[in-house]
Design a protein around this ligand. Structure first.
Ligand code: HEC
Length: 403
C-alpha cells in the first residue's frame, strides 16, 4: 500500500510539475519573443507617450497590440500583471519530486557505486542526501556570486556568460563523479533550474517591486534594477532548453551511464543554448542557421560517442568474449539478480510494479530484452545500486550471451 501510495503521489506531482513548467517556460519564451520582436511604434502619439516598441499579433481569432515603454508610462495602472507563481510552482513541485523519488531511496538512486572517487562510491544514503542538497545550494550560491562579482553593473555580461558556461561544465563533471548517472543528469538540470527560479525570486521580482514602488512615489526607478532583471532573465533564456533535456533524460541510460557522461552532458547543454540562440535572433528578424547547425553537430558528436560497441560504453566492466553461455545460465542470473524488482509482482520492498515497466518473469521476456539487458549490465547501471551483488564474472556471462 505504501509503495502504491508513493507511486501515485509521484505520478500526480509529475503532472503538476510538467504543467507548471510548460506555463512558466511558455510565458518566458513568449516574452523573449515579444521583446525581440518589437518594432518602432508607427503612430506619433505613441512615441510621444514614451512607447519604445510595439508588436501587432493575431492569435486565436483576435488581434493584439503590445506596446513596451522605454522606462514607464506616465501613470502605472493598478491591475499590473505579474508572473512568478508559475516559476515557484515548477521549482517546488520539482523539488518535492526529487525528495520523493531520490531522497527516500538514496542508496539506490543517488549513490554511484562505480564512482572513481572512493569516498563517493562508499557514501551512505543519508550522506548522499545531504550532499545532493549541498550541491544544489552551492550551485546557486556560486552562480549568484559570479554574477555579482564579474558583472555587477551589467557591463561585462559577455565575460559572465563564458564563466557561467565553464561553471556548468564543472557542475556536470562533479555531479557525475559524486552521484549515480541518472541522478547526476537530474541534479545538473536542477542546479540550472534552481538558478532560474532563484533569479526570479531574489532578483527579477524584487527589482520590479522596487521599480514600481519608485514610480508610484513619483521617483525615477533605479535603472540597475531593470538591467539586472534583464541580465538574469537572459541567463534563464539559455538555461531553458538544456534544463528540459536533462529533466527528461532519466530513461536514457546510454548517455548518463557513459564513461564520459559529463562530456555528453556538457555537449547537450551547449547544443540547447545554441539552438535557443537561433530563436532569439530569429525574433529579431535575423535568420542564422549556423546556430542550430552547430547545435546539431554537437548532438551528432554525442550520438557518435555514445554509440554501442565502442569501448567507452562498457563503463569500466571488461567485457571479453567468453565461451558462449547457455540460455539456462543467463536465465538463472537474471532470476537471481533482477527479478526481485523486475517482476509483475516485485518482492523487493518499495516496488509495487516492475520498474520502467520491465518484467523478466518468463524466458521470452528475457530473450526479447537481450540487447537492453546487455547494455545496462555492461555499463553497471543494473542491478540498481548493485543491490543484488552481481560480480564482474557474472556480467561477463551476460555480455557473452548470444542466441
Ligand atoms: C533494486 C531493484 C532493481 C534491480 C535488482 C534491478 N533493477 Fe533494473 N531497474 C530498476 C529501476 C528502479 C529502474 C528504472 C530506472 C530508470 O527509469 O532508469 C530499472 C530500469 C531497468 C532497465 C531500463 C533502463 C533504461 O535505460 O531504459 C533495464 C533494461 C533494467 N532495469 C534491467 C535490469 C537487469 C538486467 C537487472 C539484473 C541484472 C536489473 N535491472 C536489476 C530497479 C532494479
Amino acid at each position: 500500500m505504501q509503495a502504491y501510495l508513493l507511486e501515485f503521489v509521484n505520478f500526480m506531482l509529475r503532472w503538476l510539475h510538467v504543467i507548471a513548467a510548460i506555463a512558466w517556460i511558455g510565458e518566458s519564451i513568449y516574452f523573449v519573443m515579444l521583446d525581440n520582436g518589437l518594432r518602432k511604434p508607427k503612430a506619433a502619439e505613441d512615441r510621444d507617450k514614451g512607447v519604445f516598441g510595439e508588436m501587432w499579433a493575431v492569435h486565436g481569432g483576435g488581434f493584439y497590440h503590445n506596446q513596451k515603454y522605454a522606462t514607464a508610462p506616465a501613470k502605472l495602472p493598478e491591475d499590473l500583471h505579474w508572473s512568478f507563481w508559475k516559476s515557484y510552482t515548477t521549482w517546488l513541485s520539482g523539488f518535492a519530486l526529487f525528495v520523493l523519488l531520490y531522497m527516500t531511496n538514496p542508496g539506490f538512486y543517488l549513490v554511484n557505486p562505480n564512482s572513481s572517487w572512493e569516498w563517493a562510491a562508499n557514501m551512505s544514503g543519508w550522506q548522499a542526501n545531504v550532499l545532493a542538497l549541498v550541491f544544489l545550494l552551492a550551485g546557486w550560491v556560486i552562480y549568484n556570486e559570479m554574477c555579482k562579482r564579474i558583472s555587477p553593473n551589467m557591463e561585462r555580461d559577455g565575460v559572465l556568460s563564458l564563466a557561467v558556461a565553464v561553471l556548468m561544465i564543472v557542475v556536470a563533471y562533479l555531479s557525475v563523479q559524486m552521484f549515480s548517472g541518472r541522478a547526476a543528469f537530474l541534479l545538473t538540470g536542477a542546479v540550472m533550474a534552481t538558478a532560474m527560479s532563484a533569479n526570479v525570486f531574489f532578483w527579477i521580482i524584487p527589482g520590479q517591486r522596487r521599480m514600481v514602488k519608485a514610480m508610484k512615489a513619483g521617483e525615477e526607478p533605479n535603472p540597475l534594477d531593470g538591467k539586472r532583471g534583464k541580465q538574469r532573465s537572459v541567463h534563464n533564456t539559455y538555461f531553458t532548453l538544456p534544463v528540459v533535456l536533462l529533466m527528461i533524460s532519466n530513461h536514457y541510460s546510454f548517455v548518463y551511464n557513459h564513461e564520459y557522461a559529463w562530456v555528453l552532458m556538457s555537449l547537450f547543454i551547449f547544443a540547447g543554448a545554441l539552438i535557443r540562440q537561433f530563436f532569439v535572433l530569429m525574433h529579431m528578424g535575423k535568420i542564422q542557421p549556423a546556430y542550430p547547425a552547430a547545435g546539431t553537430a554537437l548532438i551528432l558528436v554525442v550520438f557518435w560517442l555514445a554509440m554501442p560497441g565502442g569501448q567507452a560504453t562498457t563503463g569500466g566492466a571488461t567485457l571479453t568474449e567468453a565461451e558462449g553461455p547457455s540460455f539456462e545460465e543467463v536465465h538463472a542470473l537474471i532470476d537471481q539478480h533482477c527479478v526481485a524488482c523486475h517482476s509483475r509482482q516485485p518482492t523487493q520492498p518499495g516496488f509495487s510494479a516492475p520498474p520502467a515497466g520491465i518484467a523478466y518473469d518468463s524466458a521470452d521476456q528475457i530473450r526479447g530484452q537481450k540487447e537492453r539487458i546487455q547494455q545496462v549490465v555492461g555499463s553497471k547501471y543494473m542491478p540498481l545500486g548493485n543491490m543484488t551483488g552481481m560480480t564482474d564474472e557474472e556480467r561477463e556471462v551476460i555480455a557473452a550471451w548470444s542466441e
